[in-house]
Design a protein around this ligand. Structure first.
Ligand code: NAD
Ligand code: UDP
Length: 308
């Protein structure tokens, strides 16, 4: 197949491009390089079947493709809050442009949605049926509400125009090729520990997240696109749940070194707890994560040793 990956030069997008090329597909990787980097896909340049296009998803585009994965959107809080209006335009106009293309060329299309649609959840763990607890006017809203609106657009194009959609809600995913200055917790802690700097825990460190290794997540992408039983939304994430204090201690143990743990102010609207209910992914996709946190962290630390 010929497959369009928007945000293909980013962390997740570049791993997806690798997988699709390995599976024998042609890939069009579209990216504006806001948070993505050419070096993430440098090894694919020159590979037959791989094409890189510098373009912004808020401007219309046309490609003859069989499938579309829409990943374009900054994902870390500092990056998506840097220009919040641009973030919401990317989610909403990017979705409209991708869906318009999918409608014209009759391509199956997947939206990379997020656990952030559940906001600061009052139901735990979060099933897909939970509508969420999102602040519509806070600092995270440009991302959360942008992604919620994109889901709405996907389901409206599906109902109104029979576009062949798939929607996944991704829970915190980590691994090689995260940007060292990305600001997300796993990359921050590893880079801080490797540099011997203080490990910055925001708040008291009792808030929880569930961390999925990138290879597991990409397998979930492929599986949802390969089946026709559900259009989603389907949660994809690792149900193991850790406090940020536990993550800091585990990272320190694995990296070694002399970093101290320090506490900084908790950002506004920071969700207190998060864990996916993956019953649907297990049943419909026969998918569940295989890589435990400690092993995934070791592989990510190895990557960052070569970078920082
Ligand atoms: P990332 O920041 O590494 O990748 C995003 C990519 O999109 C980058 O290459 C960036 O340059 C590109 N991009 C941003 N705005 C664009 C625009 N207007 N036009 C074209 N390209 C644009 O982040 P990631 O972790 O790889 O996330 C990929 C997708 O997965 C995002 O949509 C994100 O919301 C979603 N997601 C990721 C996670 C996670 O834990 N990694 C969790 C939930 C959802
Ligand atoms: N966090 C932290 N120290 C950091 C970066 C993040 O304690 O250096 C916390 C953050 O406040 C949040 C959790 O780690 O509670 C996950 O943050 P991240 O930005 O990775 O993802 P998200 O909040 O979007 O789940």
């Amino acid at each position: 197949m010929r497959i369009l990956v928007t945000g293909g030069a980013g962390f997740l997008g570049s791993h997806l491009c690798d997988r699709l090329i390995r599976d024998g597909h042609e890939v069009v990787c579209l990216d504006n390089f806001f948070t993505g980097r050419k070096q993430n896909i440098a090894h694919l340049l020159g590979v037959p079947g791989f094409e890189l296009v510098r373009h912004d998803v808020i401007d219309p585009f046309k490609f003859e493709v069989d499938q579309i994965y829409n990943l374009a959107c900054p994902a870390s809080p500092p990056h998506y809050q840097y220009n919040p209006i641009k973030t919401i335009k990317t989610s909403v106009m990017g979705a409209i442009n991708c869906l318009g293309l999918a409608k014209r060329v009759k391509a199956r299309i997947m939206q990379a949605s997020t656990s952030e649609v559940y906001g600061d959840p009052q139901v735990h763990p979060q099933p897909e049926t939970y509508w969420g607890n999102v602040n519509p006017i806070g600092k995270r809203s440009c991302y959360d509400e942008g992604k919620r609106c994109a889901e709405t657009l996907f389901f409206d194009y599906h109902r109104e125009n029979r576009v062949d959609i798939r929607v996944i809600r991704i829970f915190n995913t980590y691994g090689p090729r995260m940007h060292e200055a990305d600001g997300r917790v796993v990359s921050n802690f590893i880079v801080q520990a490797l540099r011997g700097e203080d490990i910055t825990i925001y708040g008291d460190g009792s808030q929880t997240r569930s961390f999925c290794f990138v290879d597991d997540l990409i397998e979930g992408f492929i599986r949802i696109m390969a089946q026709s039983e559900t259009v989603g939304p389907v949660n994809l994430g690792n149900p193991g749940e850790f406090t940020m204090m536990q993550l800091a201690e585990l990272t320190l143990k694995l990296v070694g070194g002399k970093s101290k743990i320090v506490h900084k102010a908790l950002p506004s609207d920071d969700p207190k707890q998060r864990r996916p209910d993956i019953t649907i992914a297990r049943k419909v996709l026969q998918w569940e994560p295989k890589v435990p946190l400690e092993e995934g962290l070791k592989r990510t630390i190895e990557y960052f040793r070569g970078v920082v």
